[in-house]
Design a protein around this ligand. Structure first.
Ligand code: ZN
Length: 306
């Protein structure tokens, strides 16, 4: 079975790899997971993680209500909230060894981790080595009462980014460019959080702030042209990809702050309407004229703001 995997992991890897084989089980096969009752979407979880599954399900359901109201669309989705010993049975094969990497397996099934893990911890530098203002942000966003840190608040939000790819794929939007495919789901995520759960904004914004605040000296690729060219094979490498995703998270924030909630729906409508091929210039002009200048500025001003 051929499947497309959406990974995003805002700071890490790619979204659009195709794999020749996917050994993930389907919902019709027997498996040792429990299913939550009382939600419109389907949520499976490893036994012992019901409380966490409910927390995630409530977040995703509330977002689903918001997107149904704004976009008048709800995709089919099945979320798998997995303990480490179940990860390989359900995650897409290329990610079997990366517990914690949220990914959209086939535009319907979404795998996320139930527990904190080394993969999430690997993103957090020693907090005492950060600049004081950044250390303060990181502590506010990811600090725990016992003095330790967890990236769980950030990675949980990325589950919604991944679900966003199910929206655009199942509604058959034409994303036109790889950068727009990623930007749009970041706009969905930022718009929902800002509108409905602004207390989560620190968790969403701190990681990109930290990456972009470090400058571009250590990144070989920073142009939008290179992103388009290298995206299909992750040719820029995982860390450089993380920088690009940070730019696209930051752009989503700027777009929301400039144009408000309605930009998301206008962009959705435009991407559904414009199925025709467009040059970069035509695409940017359409975004400026039919959506909002701030969206076109991602293209026009990319190299001026890094
Ligand atoms: Zn993505």
């Amino acid at each position: 079975m051929k499947s497309t995997i959406h990974f995003t992991l805002a700071l890490l890897l790619l979204c659009n790899f195709s794999f020749a084989q996917d050994n993930s089980k389907t919902a019709t096969e027997p498996y040792p997971l429990n299913e939550l009752a009382g939600f419109t979407q389907t949520f499976f979880y490893s036994p012992g993680h019901e409380a966490r599954a409910k927390t995630i399900a409530i977040f995703m359901e509330n977002a689903g209500i918001f997107f149904q109201n704004e976009l008048r669309f709800t995709p089919q989705a099945k979320l798998y909230i997995l303990a480490p010993h179940h990860w390989k049975d359900f995650a897409a094969k290329p990610l079997h060894d990366v517990y914690g990497f949220p990914h959209n397996i086939d535009h319907v099934r979404l795998a996320i981790a139930a527990e904190d893990n080394d993969f999430w911890r690997s993103f957090l530098p020693p907090v005492d080595q950060l600049a004081p203002h950044m250390a303060e942000q990181v502590t506010k966003a990811y600090g725990k009462p016992d003095g330790s840190y967890s990236m769980m608040p950030f990675f949980d939000l990325l589950a919604l980014h991944e679900l966003g790819h199910s929206y655009t794929a199942q509604a058959e939007l034409n994303m036109h460019r790889n950068w727009m495919g990623e930007l749009f789901v970041n706009i969905m995520l930022h718009t929902y959080v800002a509108e409905k759960q602004p207390e989560l904004l620190p968790a969403l914004e701190t990681f990109p702030n930290m990456v972009l605040g470090g400058g571009t000296a250590e990144y070989k690729f920073t142009s939008l042209e290179d992103f388009e060219k290298l995206y299909p094979t992750l040719g820029m490498g995982p860390k450089n990809y993380g920088w690009y995703q940070s730019k696209l998270h930051s752009a989503a924030k700027d777009i929301y702050n400039a144009g408000g909630m309605k930009v998301m729906e206008k962009l959705w409508t435009a991407l559904k309407k414009h199925q025709e091929e467009m040059t970069d210039e035509e695409f940017a002009a359409m975004l400026k004229n039919e959506v909002h200048p701030s969206v076109a500025n991602v293209y026009f001003k990319w190299n001026k703001t890094d």
